[in-house]
Ligand binder design. Structure first.
Ligand code: TRP
Length: 361
C-alpha cells in the first residue's frame, strides 16, 4: 500500500475557498452533483442543528441536488450505550428532517439507516485495507471524542468509524458532503480512500469520485447559557419539538448581561448577541437592525422579541412535526423507501468494486 502518501488536512481557509467555488457550481449545475449527509441518531434535533446545518441541507435539496441522508445507527454505538433508544431516535430524526422541509417524495431524496444496507457495510472491508493503524490513531476528531466521552476502554469501532463513514459517502458515489469543521478529517480520509482505491485497483477507470466538503457559513448557535455550543447533553438547547410555552420559559431563563442597551457584539457580549442572532435568523433580518430596534429595552424586551420570532418561525415546522408523530407508519415507509434506493446504489457499486478487485465469479 501507498503509505508514504500522508493524509493532508490542508488549511481551513483553503477548504473554505474551495467550498465557495463548489457552492457556485452547485447553484449552476445542481443535478451534476450528488449530496450525501448524515447524522448519528442521538435524539431529537434542536434549534442549533436547524440554523447550523439542517437549513443549509434543505436549501441545497430544494435546488434539486440528488440527496442521500444517512442515519448512522452503527456509528452511534462507538461512543455511547444507547441501543435501547436507537429505533425511537431514528424515527424522531426522520420526523425532524421532514418537518424542516426535506421532501422524501421528490424522487431524488432518500433517508435511510446504514444498518439496513448490507452492501454499503461490506465496502468497509476493502476500505480497511487501504489505511494504516497509525492514520486511524492520528484522527483529531476521534481523539477529541474519546476525550469528551471520557472513554477508558476504547472499542475498535471508535477508531474505524471514519472508514465506515467513507463507505457511507462512497457507496452512492457522493460528490458533495455538507459538513461542520469537526468532520473535515473524516472527509479527508474518505478522499484518500477513494484515491488509493482507484490507484490500486482501478487505475484506468476510476470507480470512486473524490467527494468535496461543503462548509456551512452559518454561525454557530450557542446554548441559552451563552458560553458553549447549543447541545441537548449540555442542557442549554431549545428542541424543535418543544412547544411555544416551553420555548418561552427556556428563553426567559437564558443568560444575558447587566448592560441595558442591546447591541450585537458577539466577541464582547456573547450571550446577548446569541439571542439577537436567533431573532435575526428567525425573521431573516440583520442582527444589527434587531439590536438597534430593541435599543434600551434591555434583556426583558430582547427575550420577548426572540420568543415571539422563534415561535412564529417554528410554528409550521412544529405543526408538521406533530402530524408526523401521529403517523409513524408513514415515517417508517419513508425509511423503507430510502433503504430500497440506497441498496440499489450500493449493490451496483459493490459489483464494480468486486469486478476491479478481481473477485467476480
Ligand atoms: N460522523 C457524523 C457526525 O457525527 C455522522 C455521519 C455518519 C456522517 N456518516 C456520515 C456525516 C456521512 C456525513 C456523511 O455527525
Amino acid at each position: 500500500m501507498d503509505t508514504h502518501e500522508h493524509l493532508e488536512y490542508g488549511t481551513f481557509e483553503a477548504t473554505l475557498e474551495r467550498s465557495r467555488l463548489l457552492e457556485k457550481d452547485i447553484l449552476e449545475n445542481p443535478t451534476k452533483h450528488k449530496l450525501l449527509t448524515g447524522d448519528r441518531p442521538t435524539g431529537r434535533l434542536h434549534v442549533g442543528h436547524l440554523f447550523g446545518s439542517l437549513q443549509n441541507r434543505v436549501r441545497l435539496h430544494k435546488l434539486g441536488v440528488p440527496t442521500f441522508i444517512v442515519i448512522a445507527d452503527y456509528q452511534v454505538l462507538t461512543d455511547r450505550d444507547t441501543y435501547e433508544s436507537i429505533a425511537e431516535n431514528v424515527l424522531q430524526l426522520t420526523i425532524d428532517y421532514i418537518a424542516a422541509g426535506i421532501d422524501p417524495h421528490d424522487g431524488k431524496t432518500f433517508i435511510f439507516p446504514h444498518s439496513h444496507v448490507p452492501e454499503l457495510n461490506q465496502l468497509l472491508l476493502p476500505f480497511l485495507t487501504l489505511v494504516t493503524m497509525a492514520e486511524l490513531d492520528r484522527n483529531p476528531t476521534v481523539k477529541e471524542e474519546i476525550a469528551a466521552a471520557g472513554l477508558t476502554r476504547i472499542n475498535a469501532g471508535m477508531y474505524t468509524y471514519p472508514v465506515h463513514q467513507a463507505a457511507d459517502i462512497l457507496f452512492c458515489k457522493g460528490t458533495v458532503v455538507p459538513v461542520g469543521k469537526d468532520q473535515l478529517p473524516h472527509l479527508e480520509l474518505t478522499r484518500t480512500i477513494a484515491r488509493r482505491f482507484n490507484n490500486r485497483f482501478a487505475e484506468h477507470k476510476p470507480v470512486f469520485p473524490e467527494p468535496q466538503p461543503l462548509l456551512s457559513e452559518a454561525p454557530i448557535i450557542l446554548g441559552l447559557d451563552g458560553s458553549q455550543k447549543m447541545s441537548k447533553s449540555r442542557n442549554n438547547a431549545i428542541m424543535l419539538s418543544a412547544d411555544e410555552d416551553e420555548t418561552a420559559r427556556l428563553i426567559k431563563r437564558a443568560k444575558t448581561d447587566s448592560e441595558r442597551r442591546i447591541t450585537f457584539d458577539p466577541t464582547n457580549r456573547p450571550e446577548v448577541s446569541n439571542l439577537v442572532m436567533l431573532a435575526a435568523l428567525s425573521t431573516g433580518r440583520k442582527p444589527e437592525e434587531i439590536a438597534e430596534e430593541i435599543g434600551d429595552g434591555g434583556g426583558g424586551k430582547l427575550k420577548q422579541v426572540v420568543t415571539e420570532s422563534l415561535n412564529e418561525y417554528l410554528r409550521p415546522l412544529r405543526a408538521r412535526r406533530k402530524e408526523l408523530e401521529q403517523n409513524l407508519d408513514y415515517v417508517r415507509d419513508v425509511l423503507r423507501q430510502g433503504v430500497a434506493a440506497a441498496r440499489e446504489e450500493a449493490i451496483q457499486t459493490l459489483n464494480e468494486v468486486r469486478e476491479v478487485m478481481n473477485m467476480t465469479l
